[in-house]
Structures are given as C-alpha cells and as structure tokens.
Design a protein around this ligand. Structure first.
Ligand code: ATP
Length: 278
C-alpha cells in the first residue's frame, strides 16, 4: 500500500480520542421485521455509539444483512423504530399500509451512511477516478477539483493511486473492493456499513482489503457496523461484537470476551462451526 502518515486524517477525519465511544448514533428500538410469516427481527434492541466499531455475527439467516439494509432505508420495518442521530428513519408497514418516514430525516440519514457490499457494484464504464468522484459531485454538489483531490487522497489511502485512470474491469476483485471502499468514504459518511466485503474475493485478495479497513479503523473515528466471517479481523478492529440469533441479540461484549470466553451456548456453537469451516 502507498500511504503517508497524514492521508487518513485528511481523507476521512482523524480519530479524536482514545476513550471508549459513548452516546448513540444508531438505535434500534424494539424493531420488528418480517418477510411473510418469517420473523427476521423480533423486537430487536441495540445501539451504537459515535466512533464505535461493531461487528455483527450470527448464523446464516439471523438478520445481519437485513439490519444493514434497514439502515440504508432499502427496506421497511413492521414495528418499533430505528433512529440515526436521534431521528426516526424507517418506513413502517402498519395494517398492510406503508407509512413513509420523514423525507428530511431520510435525506440526512442517507447522507450520513455509506455502505460497501459483498459485490462491489462499481460503474464498469467509468474510470476509477470517476467512480469515486461521481457521488460527491452529483449528490453532494462538491466542486470537481475538490472531488478529484479527495479521490486522489482516498485512492492513495487504499493503495490504488496507480490505477486512478483504469477501468474497474481491468482490476482484480480485491482492487475493485478497495475502490468501493474509497467511493463510500468519498461521501464523508459518519457511519460505514460493511457487508461481508471479502466473501466474494479469492482468498489471496482478502488480506489486502482487510488491511485497508484495519488502517481506516485505526486512524479514523468513523462509526463502523461490519458483518463478517473474518473473526481475526473482527477481533482486531471491533470495540464490540453482537451475536445475533432468532432476530435478537443473543450475546454481546468486547471481542476478547465473545471470542475468548463466550457465555451463551448459541455463541459457542456458532463460533465452533465457523472455526471448523475455516
Ligand atoms: N427480500 C427478501 N424476501 C424474503 N425473505 C428475505 C428477504 N431478504 C432476506 N430474507 C430472509 O430474511 C432472513 C434474514 O436474512 P439476512 O440476509 O438478513 O440474514 P444474514 O444473517 O445476513 O444471513 P447470511 O449470514 O447468510 O448472509 C433469512 O431467512 C432470509 O431468507
């Protein structure tokens, strides 16, 4: 990676303090989400502090991706409330009717949240530079020069300065995912959602992407919610791990506790299965 000491600070926003994060930037309050008769989130309660890095673990189907999609306002909920920066954000289904969330709240929430998906979803016909500058210029109204400067900083941060004029189709999956991370950060989100960002990659490309995320975690105070099966990465970067099962938080705690001395049988069984499956 080509990085200088100052880039994360300029590009993303420097970490301001070392104390454990406190307060609430995200709150799920008795959130219910159903797909037909499948109750995916069952009066789910949890909150995330500003600057906190939280890893979501749990068996397949336990609702981890759904939680991120709800934060991106890609889905409606069936009960409870989701707040971002104290503002209710979710569309709600009540008696078969869709009750829409306040538009201003939604706009503010959408601006404050960035997401990186398993599939990188880059624009194949645009250069790497354009992929990173497009959002800031067209959605945030950032001047082209400024967006370019920032794209250069961010692509340096993710080790891809030399690919700035390449097209995504000429990049490896790991490189594309690093562009996707730069693109998300270019929008200056307060909260970064990461949904199994390495699971579509060939094994030899995983470490490079995780290293970039480790750097971002260590050098900035961006809030992160991360769904991953990479337990050593989760251990390195998270302040807290939430173990989901049956639509609720089955157990939570610092990574050393959850990975080193889990209390719940469900957590023990899940972690054993993850270890056995590599
Ligand atoms: N659009 C949808 N329509 C119907 N059911 C859905 C839809 N999206 C998700 N589900 C169901 O919701 C449940 C939770 O899915 P979700 O993807 O959130 O789980 P997950 O914990 O992220 O799983 P994984 O670890 O396998 O990615 C699953 O039972 C899934 O089949």
């Amino acid at each position: 990676m080509q990085q200088s000491e100052s880039q994360p600070t300029e590009a993303v926003g420097a970490r301001s303090e070392q104390d454990p994060p406190s307060g609430e930037i995200v709150r799920f309050d008795k959130v219910v989400k159903r797909y037909g008769s499948n109750v995916v989130l069952n009066e789910l309660d949890f909150s995330v502090a500003p600057g906190e890095r939280v890893t979501l673990i749990g068996p397949s189907g336990s609702g981890k991706t759904t939680i991120l999609r709800l934060l991106m306002t890609l889905e409606s909920i069936d009960g409870g409330v989701i707040r971002v920066n104290g503002e209710p954000l979710s569309h709600m289904r009540r008696g078969g009717k869709l009750v829409k969330a306040n538009e201003a709240h939604l706009r503010r929430a959408r601006k404050s949240i960035g997401m990186v998906f398993q599939q990188f979803n880059l624009f194949p016909n645009m250069s790497v530079r354009k992929n990173v500058t497009e959002g800031p210029v067209h959605s945030l109204g950032v001047a082209k020069d400024e967006a370019n400067h920032r794209a250069e900083e961010l692509l340096d941060l993710v080790g891809l300065s030399d690919k700035i004029d390449a097209h995504p189709t000429r990049l490896s999956g790991g490189q594309q995912q690093r562009v996707a991370i730069a693109r998300a950060l270019a929008m200056r989100p307060q909260i970064l959602l990461l949904d199994e960002v390495t699971s579509a990659l060939d094994p030899e490309l995983v470490a490079g992407v995780l290293d970039v995320l480790r750097d971002i975690a260590q050098t900035t105070d961006i809030t992160m919610l991360c769904v991953t099966h990479e337990m050593s990465f989760a251990r390195d970067v998270s302040h807290r791990v939430l173990m989901f099962d049956q639509g609720q938080v089955a157990e939570e705690g610092p990574p050393d506790q959850i990975f080193g001395a889990p209390q719940e049988e469900r957590t023990k069984t899940f972690l054993k299965a993850v270890l056995e499956n590599g």
